[in-house]
Design a protein. Sequence first.
Length: 243
Amino acid sequence: MKKLVTLVFALFLTAGLTFGQNNEANIDQVDTDNTANIDQDGANNDATIGQGVNNVDFTNPAVSIDLGGSPIFARDNEAEIEQDGNRNVAYITQGAGETSGSASGGDSDDSETSIDQDGDDNFADTGQGTFGGESDDDESTVEQDGNRNDASIAQGIFDSGQSKNNEATIEQTGNRNEARINQGRNGSAEDNLAEIFQDGDDNLGTIFQFGTSHEAEIDQNGDNDTATINQNGHNNYAEIEQN
């Protein structure tokens, strides 16, 4: 009888380990002073937060947000996603227009985003004032702890987007991770700060800044790392440190 009880208890624990996997969470908010939080524990989960988004289609993976109507705004908003596990996906978008270019872009001002992922093979993507939108005085942070993770932050890009006085930071701990920051690419930008910190081997860090008076820094601690900073404009500062 004791062995039977032990076996049943062991099966119960095994079943409990699969709880929280293959979930999908979506939050859509319009206008100002909004706060959104998603917390997921497990593997293969998807999380999406859209604040002030109009007809934006994400295809990798297939996630779509359509709040309809004319372009809308994301001002003084906060969005946070926390994921603990492997192969998770996190998207945050604040102030975005139409991907087709048929409408003017959204507006993201004084907003903050945060994505925190603990595990391997995770993907994180943040966009503020994209697809013809405007991103002013925004802050975006991505933290990933694990291997083979991918992180991207875009502020004021695509279809003449604008990016001013923004801060973007990506911190990765582990091996074979990739980090990208784009500010004002295919648009205009000024007075932005972009930072990438990577601790581990075989990591890749890339920063694109278009416009004036930007600061960019990539700090890598490990072996076989690659860092690239591309600045198109004047009065910019760039620094790469590899140890």
